[in-house]
Each structure stands twice: as structure tokens, then as C-alpha cells.
Design a protein around this ligand. Sequence first.
Ligand code: ADP
Length: 381
Amino acid sequence: MNYFSSEFKLGILGGGQLGKMLLAETRKFDIQTYVLDPSKEAPSQFGANHFFIGDLMDFDTVYDFGKKVDLLTIEIENVNLDALDKLEADGLKVFPSPKTLRLIQNKGNQKDFYVANNIPTSPHQRFKNIQNLKSKIQLPCVWKAARFGYDGNGVKILKQAADLELLPDVECLIEELVPFKNELAVIVARSASGEVKTYPVVEMEFHPEANQVEYVICPARIDEKVAQKATEIALKVSEAFNHVGLLAVEMFQTHDDEILVNEVAPRPHNSGHYSIEASYTSQFENHLRAILNLPLGNTESKVAGIMVNLVGAEGYSGNVIYENIEKIMAIDGVTPHIYGKRETRPFRKMGHVTIVNEDMNEARRIAEEVKNTIRVISEIK
Ligand code: ADP
């Protein structure tokens, strides 16, 4: 297959910001891109050669879309897997494979998989519905919807009995609450032929209420030994999944420097956005190289990189305004990425800003300045 010819057709399921950034990298190659997304306002609509509107969970829609392309990838895990199975059986290359996606789509299956593969993770119990759960758990603990959660919206920390009353009646799991001192992530790139490279360990800081990442810091400011352990565990997870493409492995660093795997994403990930400006090869380019079975690019960083998520400010909904964006752009090493979502809502991911600097302390200082300066608001409160 010639990946350097405009005859080659790459399909992407999902047209959000990850797709938009992936599409930008496809322009380094000479290939045609096809995107499927349910929204006519999807951030990827203008970056793709061909944009289709349709339900990613509908068998026929996904199958028919797959029939148009030479290779299929995803930027969101919640897609119709039966359609992907059939496409794969028909001979289409689908990366990540439906088998990998099936293990990941259900958080209960994902946790069982870690246990079966001797991958350190917090203890868990699975429940088919809320009734069974109530009599069997010890507080505090963490409740997670087995399916369709994202950005923390399917996750609740349960502290008192009253917290249980607010839970939806869906398949779920309960995890031991990990009192971690750090959240870390490692992105592993793995090509179809088995070449593997890891990005440096990054450290994440979360917004206390929204449960969304506020800063991603690369490299993580942790002990070399801990970084090594996290990288080894990420590689073990990657080997167990035998995935093709990227695998972002999210982990907890406990107070006694144990590493526990939280969850994975088989695609470019928020924790790797810094790589567009800070790395020799961005995560998006390496995802493409991996699925196209080309040599992987250098995953090392050129400079310290910090990413600040741009999320909608509380109290504002409607047509978005990026207040003070010019001010932050006047600072050296600051690059905003605007995803192109027309409407802001509290905590909605609207973009991100990358800060690069030779000096990590200076990068961290600027990141805070950026965060305190730019605001994602709307005309009317
Ligand atoms: P999502 O898939 O929505 O991102 P995660 O499973 O990553 O959900 O959980 C969101 C956040 O909730 C994590 O980043 C972490 O801060 C917190 N969290 C999740 N599981 C645990 C746990 N077992 N112990 C403590 N905190 C947790």
C-alpha cells in the first residue's frame, strides 16, 4: 500500500478535537481523509477531505463508512464494534482493533484484564445494577459507570450513604479509593510490525471540582526511579493489549511510590497534546506512523512542555469568546489551540494552550499566568 499517494484513504471514526489535530498531521503525507461524526459542527469537519454525519454506534453507518476507506482508525472508543468486526473480517485494517476496543469500552472488562495480566491496579468489584451494589460496599470508594463515561462524568467518589442515592442505575464498578500523590501518564506508540516507543512520563494536575485535567507537565517532576517504573508498567500494559497505534496509560503514584494503572485510551490523548510543540515527533504523527506501519518518530522532548486545558468558565453558556487570548499569545513559547466548538458550557473542553520553555520552572510560572489570564466565556451570562 502506498501511503504517500493521494489514492490512499484513511478513515477516522469521530470528528472531535483529537480528530482535528490528527488531520493536521495527515497533511505531512499525501493521503485522503474521511471522517464520520454525529455532529454537523464537529471540530474535524473542515480538516477532512470528506466529512460524513452519522451515528458512530449504528452498525450500518459505521460499516458503510468503513467500506469507503483503506484503513480505519478512531479518535473515540464508543463506536459500533460489531461493524468493526465485520470490516476486519472483510479484510480492512482497523487500528486499534475491535478486540482492543472491546476490552477498553467496558471499564469492568478493562479492570479484569489488568488483574488477569498481573498489572497493578486498585481492587475493584463489578455490579450489573445499583440494587446489588448498595448492600455490598464500604465507604469511601469510587463508583464508575462501566460504559460511556468520559472526562470524569461517569465517576463519583462516594463518601457517605447519601451519595449512593444520586447514582444512575447502570452497569458499574466500585474501586478502592487510591490516596495518590500524583497522577501520571505514559503514551506508548506501537506499530503494526511491533516497533515500540514511549513518550516521557507526564504529570497531571486536576481541577478539584470538575475532575478534569488542569495542567499536564512534561517531563513529570518525579524521581527517576519512579519514572522508570511507570514506563515499565506502561510497556507491560501495551504488550498485554498488543495494540496498534497509541496507547495512553493513566496511572496513580501512591504515597509509597507504588504505581497503579487507572485506565487506558487506545488513541491520541489529552496528556500528549504538549507533544505538538515540545517533542521531536507529536503523538498525532506517531499515531499515523504506527497505524501505517512506518518507522516511529523520536518521542523525546526538545524543551519542557506544559499544557493548560481551556475549559468553559462556570456560569457561562452560549457563543464562545476567548477573553485575553491576545495577551497570552504575546508571551514567548505560548501556543493556543482552539478546537472550534461554537458554544461554551461550564467545564466543556474548548481548547488548550501549550507552554514551552528551556526551563521547567519558568514554563510552570508562565502556565499559571496563562491560566489566570485567558477565560472561556460567552457574550451573555
Ligand atoms: P474518565 O474515563 O472519565 O477520565 P477516570 O477513570 O480517569 O475517568 O477517573 C477520573 C478521575 O477520577 C481520575 O483521573 C482520578 O482523579 C479520579 N479517580 C478515578 N479512579 C480513582 C480511584 N480508584 N481512586 C482515587 N481517585 C480516582
